[in-house]
Design a protein around this ligand. Structure first.
Ligand SMILES: [Zn+2]
Length: 498
């Protein structure tokens, strides 16, 4: 038998299934795992990695990202790779980079980076492949992006023709490899859509077994109503449902995640197919203009808000609105208004401390919960630390320190479960024939280093990350291998790169 390209020796292997670790070797040939266990022949590989004392797992999948533009603008994807992430799902919360119809991109709250042909999902996938990103990606097609291009900012139901146009785009995206359809019903213009519109647009999903992924209409006082709306959409469209960043927002809603999960469990028991994702933090983050109305400012929310990216007031990035107000000797309301009325207010990203730790843990305990960072890759400001820290934080804080879930289970939820759900074919397992997306880490050391104050620190304890057989990160050094692929839902890449 010819020499393998790479051999990883003496690792504690977590294969992604949730089974306990076993000690063994793994060999890699080309983009795939060749053998697992005792390697045949014993001949040295072209490249040997001594993995003793470390855990080898499938590369992590970040199922909730806004990396659509980052894959093109920052193909090194250091903020993901350094977490052991080897694949990302883009197009979340109703915002997708493709399609761009008629050459006029829709006005959306998420920016999509450099100019590229994004006329449809196929063109976007080609642009991602051409950028040679460090990690793989699979895309959802977003409702906000479609609606803003077909209806503009109109606060009304679509006409039959407009609805057909949007539905046609959903179908086309699915044909071209999108893994599902996403909504962000709290955002503009998704908020103008009635449930019936979403049901109609989700109908093409059923035939392909694709997903309806949703940032629900309300994650606070009306969380349970939103869960019911979400389940109704899945039931009427006959499709699988994925609840994005499941949470109960606002002090008076702390603890509601339990009831919300119970409704999801009931739906699954009745034959539906519902999953969710969660990020391991008690603060959310997003475009500030979407959470405040100038005519009715929510000062309770302003009091727990800090700035991540603020192009008009860079000096305030990383600081709380209350703190800024105190320094200026003005009211919280005055500072909030000033930011929201400034010329580039729509580009301001904020962070809001609105969640209960117990709810985060309840989500993480749920067997159908995956991990998704929801990180917003605006690297100029001080982004929410979830952008750099999510997966290692699950392993450090929720596995090692708090024992909320076991290490094999945490790995399953960040690998095989995610790959099955989002259709990353041939990935998410350490098994012969699977794609060699792998992470080698020290289970006693692995931890997030990113904080709200210093959010761009890479994590500790990630020894090596391999993407499609190529070493992408080793001992803190990004190799620039650029071996990531733009994937199609439930399909393996047609040709493998040498
Ligand atoms: Zn969202």
């Amino acid at each position: 038998m010819a020499q393998p390209d790479l051999a990883i020796r003496g690792a504690r292997i977590l294969d992604g299934s949730g089974a306990p670790a076993f000690e063994g070797d793994v060999s890699v040939r080309g983009a795939r795992i060749e053998a697992v266990g005792a390697l045949p022949g014993g001949a040295a590989a072209r490249r040997e990695i001594d993995a003793r004392g470390r855990v080898l797992a499938p590369g992590f999948v970040d199922v909730h990202t806004h990396d659509d533009g980052a894959l093109l603008a920052h193909p090194g994807m250091e903020f993901k790779l350094s977490q052991g992430v080897t694949s990302v799902v883009v197009g979340n919360c109703g915002f997708s980079a493709a399609p761009v119809l008629g050459g006029v991109p829709g006005a959306t709250a998420i920016r999509f980076g450099p100019a590229a042909d994004r006329r449809d999902t196929a063109a976007y996938r080609a642009a991602v492949d051409a950028a040679r990103p460090a990690v793989n990606a699979v895309a959802l097609v977003g409702h906000n992006s479609l609606r803003s291009q077909v209806l503009g900012a109109a606060e009304r139901a679509p006409t039959a023709a407009e609805l057909a146009a949007m539905r046609g785009e959903v179908e086309r995206a699915l044909e071209q490899g999108a893994c599902g359809f996403s909504t962000g019903l709290v955002y503009t213009p998704g908020r103008y859509a009635r449930t019936e519109e979403v049901v109609e647009l989700a109908r093409p999903l059923a035939a392909r077994g694709a997903l309806y992924a949703t940032h629900m209409r309300n994650e606070g006082d009306l969380l349970l109503d939103s869960i019911e709306e979400t389940l109704r959409i899945g039931r009427e469209a006959g499709c699988a449902v994925h609840v994005s960043h499941h949470k109960a927002a606002g002090l008076r809603n702390f603890g509601k995640v339990g009831e919300s999960l119970a409704r999801i469990d009931r739906a699954n028991a009745e034959g539906m197919d519902v999953t969710l994702d969660v990020y391991p933090y008690t603060a959310s983050s997003g475009p500030m203009a979407e959470y405040f109305r100038l005519e009715r400012l929510d000062l309770e929310l302003a009091a727990v808000t800090r700035l991540a990216s603020c192009p008009d007031f860079r000096e305030w990035e990383g600081r709380g609105l209350t703190e800024i107000a105190a320094e200026l000797g003005v009211s919280l309301e005055a500072v909030t208004r000033r930011i929201l009325s400034s010329p580039r207010a729509r580009e301001t990203i904020c962070i809001q401390f609105i969640m209960d730790e117990g709810d985060v843990e309840a989500n993480l305990r749920h067997p159908r919960a995956m991990v998704g960072s929801d990180g917003i890759p605006d690297l100029r400001g001080r982004p929410h630390p979830r952008l750099f820290g999510t997966c290692p934080r699950v392993l450090a804080r929720y596995v090692r320190e708090r024992g909320v879930l076991s290490l094999p289970e945490a790995v399953r939820r960040m690998t095989s479960l995610s790959c099955e759900r989002f259709g990353l074919a041939g990935r998410g397992r350490v098994a012969p024939g699977a794609f060699a997306d792998l992470v080698l880490f020290d289970p006693e050391v692995v931890a997030d280093a990113a904080t709200y104050e210093e959010p761009k620190r890479e994590s500790r304890g990630i020894a090596c990350v391999i993407v499609n057989g190529a070493v992408a990160l080793e001992d803190g050094r990004h190799t620039g291998a650029g071996a990531g692929r733009a994937l199609r839902y439930r399909a393996e890449p047609e040709e493998e790169r040498p």
